[in-house]
Structures are given as C-alpha cells and as structure tokens.
Design a protein around this ligand. Structure first.
Ligand code: PGA
Length: 251
C-alpha cells in the first residue's frame, strides 16, 4: 500500500522564531494523525536546523523547498544536498511551479537535482502542473505527461521508492481556486499511467501522488477520497497548525 502524506510548503513565510513556533504546534498535534498518514513540513532554508530540533520526537519529517543542481563549490547563494541532510532534512521539494516560473527551473536542471537528492538519501517531492493557458487550451494532460517523462524517466524503479509526485495546477496555487476532485483525479490517474508505462504497475501503484493548489480543511476530504489522490502539498493552509492538522485528518 502506498503511503498517504500531507506536506506543508511554507514558501517564503515566517521568521525563524515564528517557524519554530509553528513547527512545535504541528509536532504537538501530530499524535492525533493516524500512523498511516505521513506529515512533512518544508520551511525556508534558514529555519531548517531549528525546526529539526523543534520536530524531534514527533512523527513530522523535515523537507527543504529546493536544492542546488551542483554538489558543492563556487555557487553563491545555493544550498547543496549534503547541507540539507546535515541540517536534518529527509526530503526536498523540487520543481515547484514558482521555481519554474520565477527562477528558470527547467526539467533538465530537475534531473540533476533529483539525482543529487536521491544519492544523498533525500526523498524527492517532484511538482508538476499546467498553467491556466495550457489548461484552457486543453493541453493539461500533455504538459504534465511531458514533465513526468522529462524528469522521472531518467530514473530507475528502485529510485522511485524515494519519489513522491505532487500535481499542482498553477492556476489553483494561492488563488483560492481549487481543481475539482474530478479534475484532480483524472490528472492523478494519468500520472500513475505514465509511471506504469515506464516502471510497471507495481511501482506506479506504490507511488504517492499529492494534490496541491488551495487545498484546505474544507475541501481536503473530497479530494483525498479520490482513488489516485494520496494526500496534499499545502501552501497557505500549512501556515496554521490547526488547519494543517485538520487537513491531515481528512482521509
Ligand atoms: P496553496 O499552495 O495551498 O497556497 O495554493 C500550494 C503550493 O504551492 O504548494
């Protein structure tokens, strides 16, 4: 059975002190969440060491929001995978649409980043998703299929055990607009099929596929009830411990 996961992407929000307080509140409430549901938080880089400390003894795992596409050296402003593991991370998010849109993240770079992250023992939450123009042009299946193929087809079945896919329609991120459960489910099912074509049905069945884009306590239940939706990557609603935990209780 694939794992259910609710992951919080804090993006560029909170000071270190606020982040530690939020992490402590999530950690304290996490015992309410059933053992088959994994919890992950992804604070900014500056918070990782302190948040790791705040999460100690709880089931909540720690993720970065990005990593460098180089191992080490003269890359000013970048953060390498061994820095993330040494800060206490078990995961990194990669390919978030905000990184693709504002920072020129390409599928080619994501292959390099994914290689480094997996080699360092990090789990990868790989984000894919179409923008509004692509959806309106009816290209959403093609866009997401290409993103999955361009990145994940460079990896092995064994690698896939450490990969989670997050489907995040760009038009639903931070906009209050959520994909309907049907819209999300049909893309999730398509992603699973694209994975099955390369890695076989077993790997595809075992891969956790999250939905992201204005997921909140009021809509999580309906989304998570879909057969191919295995949890959520939560932005805005992850900044309130109560909402985040409420979402994790929505299976
Ligand atoms: P949102 O963000 O929940 O605020 O829409 C989701 C994400 O971008 O991961």
């Amino acid at each position: 059975m694939r794992k259910k996961i609710v992951a919080g992407n804090w993006k560029m929000n909170t000071t270190v002190a606020e982040g530690v307080e939020l992490a402590k509140a999530v950690a304290a409430a996490s015992s309410q969440v059933p053992s088959q549901v994994g919890l992950v938080v992804a604070p900014p880089f500056t918070h990782l060491v302190s948040v790791a400390e705040a999460l100690k003894g709880s089931k909540v795992e720690l993720s970065a929001q990005n990593c460098a596409d180089k191992e080490k050296g003269a890359y000013t402003g970048e953060v390498a995978v061994n820095m993330l593991t040494s800060a206490g991370c078990q995961w990194t998010i990669l390919g978030h649409s905000e990184r693709r849109q504002y920072y020129g993240e390409t599928d080619e770079k994501l292959v390099e980043k994914t290689k480094l992250a997996l080699a360092a023992g990090l789990g990868v939450i790989l984000c894919v998703g179409e923008n509004l123009d692509e959806r309106e042009a009816g290209k959403h299946f093609d866009v997401v299929t290409a993103q999955i193929k361009n990145v994940l087809y460079n990896f092995t079945e064994a690698d896939m055990a450490k990969v989670v896919v997050a489907y995040e329609p760009v038009w639903a991120i931070g906009t209050g607009k959520t994909a309907t459960a049907e819209q999300a489910e049909e893309i999730h099912a398509c992603i699973r099929k694209v994975l099955a074509d390369k890695f076989g049905a077993k790997v595809a069945d075992d891969t956790t596929i999250l939905y992201g884009g204005s997921c909140k306590p009021s809509n999580a239940k309906e989304l998570f009830a879909q057969p191919d939706i295995d949890g959520g990557l939560i932005g805005g609603a992850a900044l309130k411990a109560d909402d985040f935990i409420q979402i994790a209780l929505s299976f």
